[in-house]
Design a protein around this ligand. Structure first.
Ligand code: GLN
Length: 246
């Protein structure tokens, strides 16, 4: 399954998260430590989105190629500073297309979203839930994948005014009921806070004085990393981390 991370805090170079740390996201793409039986490597695309220093929505870069094969990315990431980042590497679930638009982050305005996992029984198990969405949303999914549908379901709730925690909890509960055994590690940010769930996959969080980093796998051996238990809902800002049950 995929690996994903989100960072909020003092501006850092994207390369710190993607390339420089001992277990940076690029390393997690070819040598992940904790896939829990969900695939072996994450070579089916990647994406990163970051909030620019000046005001404005995040800038996104996605690709259907393995992250390690993008020769321009390390240089670009080295000179791109941001205080709010979401990035992911993808291992496509069998039967799902390997295309740029199936790679996270999914985006609307300031919202950025990623899914690590799988919806069991796709697509029949969730056809009814999908049927509640406006037809236009279904016709304009980023890709015909479980993750793109999860994003459409969450986006629908955010548009209706749900808080991020409510939106994630509601969609995880609905999908877990309709498609038991699904793995639903979700990650959402608007640049001010991070909301994340664990259901079936790994997640860790590291908080220091000025920043917070949430990641499928720790990026280094800093003892500040804490494993997030399964079936958790995490809300984080640069100054505070709250962990509760789903
Ligand atoms: N099932 C999703 C996809 O194929 C997410 C995969 C993952 O977590 N590896 O895109």
């Amino acid at each position: 399954m995929c690996r994903h991370l989100a960072y909020l805090g003092a501006p850092i170079a994207l390369s710190a998260l993607l390339f420089d740390a001992p277990h940076a996201l690029v390393k997690q793409s070819w040598a992940p430590n904790d896939m829990r039986g969900g695939g072996t490597i994450n070579a089916d695309g990647f994406g990163a989105a970051w909030f620019p220093a000046q005001d404005g929505p995040p800038v996104r870069y996605r690709s259907a190629m393995p992250m390690w094969s993008d020769a321009a990315l390390p240089g670009l990431a080295g000179v791109t500073l941001s205080g709010a980042v979401l990035a992911a590497v993808r291992s496509a679930t069998v039967g799902m297309p390997v295309v740029e638009t199936a790679a996270a982050p999914f985006q609307e305005g300031r919202w950025l979203f990623s899914h690590n996992g799988v919806v069991r029984g796709w697509p029949d198990s969730v056809a009814k839930l999908a049927g509640r969405l406006p037809t236009t949303d279904l016709l304009t999914l980023d890709a015909p994948t479980d993750s793109a549908l999860l994003w459409a379901l969450i986006r629908d709730r955010l548009r209706a005014g749900d808080e991020p925690a409510e939106a994630l909890r509601a969609v995880v509960t609905e999908v877990d009921t309709a498609a038991p055994g699904s793995r639903l590690n979700l990650l959402l940010t608007d640049g001010d806070r991070i909301a994340a769930t664990t259901l079936g996959h790994a997640l860790s969080v590291k908080k220091n004085a000025t920043s917070v980093l949430v990641s499928s796998e720790p990026l280094d051996d800093d003892p500040a990393w804490q494993a997030v238990p399964d079936r958790s809902l995490l809300i984080a800002t640069p100054t505070d981390v709250t962990l509760g049950g789903l």
